[in-house]
Design a protein around this ligand. Structure first.
Ligand code: GDP
Ligand code: GDP
Length: 436
């Protein structure tokens, strides 16, 4: 199911990040095994009244240098209008209307997208009469909020999610869909071009001006494979923060639409924080992932280089070390078609079904060898395991005390599943249920 995307735009200091944090509430507090990865993300999943959506805050992408701030805000508003389903435009009820607000409103008015005008810092009812001037923006009725104290945020979310359909129908394209994602400059467009055997230069379009078909089709031994949103790779900007914002939004959207995500990293840079964040996002969305280490031509190599580097990278991946990696050069086209082969392999893995008897034979023995123990010493019995779904694979463990199974034991079982049945690159879901 494709997910709705909401973007928060507006001048600095109007309260965008305060609002963002209030909307995502506790969700971001989930502590992962990879310390720090989740914490400074400027996008997250949120839900309101059973409607889930992704939300991204442009407030996280503000340049440090004053002279490009205005450009960045404008560019990001344009991207938001193009890519998001709903744009939340925040202005400051305390400071009143400023010229930049009027400029942003002009961009937003042109698009046929739902824009919700939010006048923030209206901390009490007393201040509401001052809303009048904001009607001038031509974006309809302003909604007064206080992100700080949480005033009217619920009403706001009702409006934002008003058109979100809970039961949206799925795209039923049988072709394999690949998203090529990663930080700026790792070589994503070079890889796409190499695969498509096109030597054309990347056009330097301003965001919002590309109206090309979004996807590219790769013919692979007669099979059509969809490379999702390759047009999105062409957006360029001189402002580093804007580029980061584009690639975040693009990654969020293309992960949604893909069967397998190819995360490209730069061999010279190794695995950085931002790479891990992208990988984490794909895995959270239960997408199969492969990592492609690009610019391999720039690495001084001897016999052991690849092995050593692979080991170092796997170490950094930690709980995501089930993701396969390979080394390529988009420039020299070294091994680029192996990427497609690996993707296809991982796609087969995610559709795989393990028989119940095989699962119980092998995992049954593992559970017997190392039974779960509750902290209070209560006996936990796992009676039966079966794979209830694929893509992503879901394994249901039936036991007497499902709530007492702790994270360590989950990980033990996940490791055993991978030891026996691989599922390379595929996030697996373990679900513990009462035995009856
Ligand atoms: P951003 O730059 O738009 O992301 O703005 P921030 O969320 O960082 O907020 C800027 C400042 O405004 C901070 O000092 C916030 O505490 C304050 N602020 C945010 N929302 C409100 C609000 O609803 N009422 C008041 N009084 N202050 C707020
Ligand atoms: P994107 O922003 O991830 O789409 O990255 P690009 O494809 O635009 O590549 C960024 C820069 O890296 C360009 O200058 C490319 O020529 C260069 N590049 C891409 N792949 C390779 C590679 O395999 N080897 C080398 N040496 N350079 C590469």
């Amino acid at each position: 199911m494709s997910r709705w995307l909401v973007a928060i735009v507006g001048r600095p200091n109007v309260g965008k990040s305060t609002l963002f944090n209030r909307i995502i509430g506790q969700r971001d507090a989930i502590v992962h095994d990879l310390p720090g990865v989740t914490r400074d993300r400027h996008y997250a999943e949120a839900d309101w009244a059973g409607k889930t959506f992704s939300i991204v805050d442009t407030g996280g992408y503000v340049p440090a240098s004053e002279d490009v701030i205005e450009i960045a805000i404008r560019e990001q508003a344009e991207v938001a209008i193009n890519e998001a389903d709903v744009v939340m435009f925040v202005v400051d009820g305390e400071a009143g209307l400023l010229p930049t607000d009027i400029e942003i409103a002009e961009i937003l008015r042109k698009a046929e997208k739902k824009v919700v005008l939010i006048v923030n810092k209206i901390d009490s009812e007393k201040r509401e009469p001052s809303l009048g001037e904001f009607y001038k923006l031509g974006l309809g009725e302003p909604i007064p909020t206080s992100a700080l104290v949480g005033r009217k945020v619920g009403d706001l979310l009702d409006v934002v999610t008003g058109d979100f359909n809970v039961s949206e129908t799925q795209e039923s394209d049988p072709r394999l869909k690949i998203a090529i994602i990663g930080k700026p400059n790792v070589g994503k467009s070079s890889l796409v071009n190499a695969l498509l055997q096109e030597e054309r230069n990347i056009v330097t379009d301003m965001p919002g001006t590309t109206r090309d078909p979004i996807d590219a089709i790769l013919k692979y031994y007669g099979e059509e494979i969809v490379l999702v949103d390759t047009a999105g790779l062409r957006r360029k900007s001189k402002v580093k923060e804007s580029i980061e914002f584009f690639s975040t939004v693009r990654a969020l959207k293309s992960i949604e639409r893909c069967d397998v995500a190819v995360v490209v990293i730069d061999a010279q840079q190794g695995l950085e924080h931002q790479d891990l964040r992208i990988i984490e996002t794909a895995i959270e969305r239960k997408r199969a992932v492969v990592i492609v280490v690009n610019k391999w031509d720039l690495i001084e190599k001897d016999e052991t280089t690849a092995k050593t580097l692979e080991k170092a990278l796997k170490g950094k991946l930690r709980i995501y070390d089930f993701i396969p990696l390979m080394f390529i050069s988009a420039l020299t086209k070294q091994r680029i078609y192996k990427v497609v082969e690996l993707v296809k392999k991982v796609d087969i893995e995610q559709n795989k079904r393990v028989s119940t008897s095989e699962l119980n034979d092998l995992l049954g023995a593992d559970i017997k060898a190392f039974p779960p123990r509750s902290r209070s010493g209560k006996e936990i019995k796992v009676n039966y395991v079966t794979q209830v779904n694929s893509k992503p694979p879901v394994f249901a463990f039936f036991c007497n005390e499902p709530k007492l199974i702790d994270d360590n034991y989950r990980r033990y079982l996940e490791n055993k599943i991978r030891e026996h049945f691989r599922f390379d690159g595929v996030p697996v879901v373990l679900s513990f249920k009462s035995k009856n």
